[in-house]
Design a protein around this ligand. Structure first.
Ligand code: GDP
Ligand code: MG
Length: 176
């Protein structure tokens, strides 16, 4: 089987750790100060359950509740990693806004997304409980994970799960 090409965008408020999650996943390192204004596409080839994927990760420069999202975030994107950080209520508000925008732009009621609460290592600064995040993801019928790019917790899972979610959405309506 040839590799499947999949393009995934990471979105969310500034400074939630979109770049850190991406770089931890692709390069196995935690970079403490990555230029927040850079938008970059990263590549990684992985194998899940015998299937090779050539993965493109679009690490966006970040959104807020006033952002007009460019068309490039919708064409050719197969799925979205929607990131907030557990120490920022604001970042959770922003990600709900971004989710609504994506549905609007796609004109669909369901789009492959995963909700990720990053910076789970910041125990003392936590503003959002695990359950708060989980409830929102449930209302979207989407998977949910807390992760730490810094401690490399659940980072692999984020990308495996979004790929599996994309895969499922492609199989809807098809015979097994
Ligand atoms: P982006 O703007 O969403 O791409 O966020 P960055 O990846 O640039 O991260 C913003 C800041 O948060 C940087 O100082 C990172 O080192 C820090 N950061 C990112 N992920 C984590 C994490 O999991 N835990 C902690 N404690 N800090 C993090
Ligand atoms: Mg960034």
């Amino acid at each position: 089987m040839p590799p499947k090409q999949r393009r995934i965008a990471l979105m969310g408020y500034r400074s939630v750790g979109k770049s850190s999650l991406t770089i931890q996943y692709v390069e196995n390192q935690f970079v403490d100060s990555y230029d927040p204004t850079i938008e970059n596409t990263f590549q990684k080839v992985i194998k899940i359950r015998g299937q090779e994927y050539s993965l493109q990760l679009v690490d966006t420069a970040g959104q807020d509740e006033y952002s007009v999202l460019p068309q490039s975030y919708f064409t050719n994107i197969d799925g979205y990693v929607l990131v907030y950080s557990v120490n920022s209520s604001k970042s959770l508000d922003v990600i709900k806004y971004v989710y609504d925008k994506i549905l609007d732009m796609k004109g669909m009621t369901q789009v492959p997304v995963i909700l990720v609460g990053n910076k789970s290592d910041l125990r003392m600064e936590r503003e959002i409980s695990f359950d708060d995040g989980k409830k929102i993801a449930e209302s979207w019928k989407a998977p949910f994970l807390e992760a730490s790019a810094k401690e490399n917790q659940s980072v692999q899972d984020v990308f495996t799960q979004i790929l599996m979610t994309v895969e499922k959405s492609e199989n809807v309506g098809q015979e097994k």
